[in-house]
Design a protein. Sequence first.
Length: 351
Amino acid sequence: MLATSLSAQNNSTIRKVVIDPGHGGKDPGALGKNAKEKDIVLSIALKAGKYIQERHKDVEVVYTRKKDEFIELHRRAQIANESGADLFISIHCNSNKSSKPYGTETYVMGLHKSEDNLTVAKTENAAIFYEDDYANQYAGFNPNSDEDYIVLSMFQSASIDQSIDLSQKVQAQFKNKASRKDRGVKQAGFWVLYKTTMPGILIEAGFLSNPDEEKYLMTEDGQIILALAIYEAFTEFKNEYEELNSTLADLSQFTQPEEKVYYRIQFASYKKEKSLDFRKFRQMEDIKMYEHDGLFKYTTGNKNNLDEAIKLKHRLKNEGYDDIFIVAFYKEKRISIEEAKEINKDLNSNM
């Protein structure tokens, strides 16, 4: 089911997508007998982005690379986060010790269900070994360590539903329009998906280790067909998402704000809007954003009892959050604590 808001900007429309051609430069990626992953995925990515830009004039496409150059794994996620993108699409090619496997599969961030999924994640994450000082840059994460994937893969993004929905649409297009073998939507621990703060997917467009599929991936026609499939999946996702949000906006006109006072714990404020899945927010629950005095302010908790809010504040203080305080809301507008108490008196007297 398509969720109703994208975590990156909480938009009702999709206006920006980051397309990430995997590997590049000194990192060739998977190798076939005649092809390099970095070249195949760059061609597919540029074509897919071109189709999106040409046919959706309201959408900006940002590439992590547009030529054969090495871009660090952490930098790819940084480009996506800093751009304020609504979607992140990373494009790769697969490989296997056997020449028999073939077909496409699309990944979302999550716990791997099989050794094959883990192997794919290890292969893609191994790109960090091409970086200088990778041990410090990735906080000691070792792409070859099974144990490191336990923590990494347990992370569940707030936008997992949208990521799965887009992945399913990509795989359906690959199967029905591109006539590729559908290997399904899968989960595994990819660093680039872990660090991006919007719905994100990682596409494996085929196996360079399979001679027939390598030949297909090297052709202009094959690359065009795969790029069109990605474009069609994006278009379907965008249309469904925006139609759903338009319907909800129409319905909201007939919905009156709830007649209750709520207390929340404010823990951050910024001049620029942050993703609700911003890395500094990931330990918080029930995060809400509101604008006040020209700033974007973030709260956690949603208590209709002041005593419960005070308890939550104390708990957060004990967990190391110092600069926090209670704010009150009525009909989704911020009010003072004294106003909240008066409104509660009136509400209780009318019950």
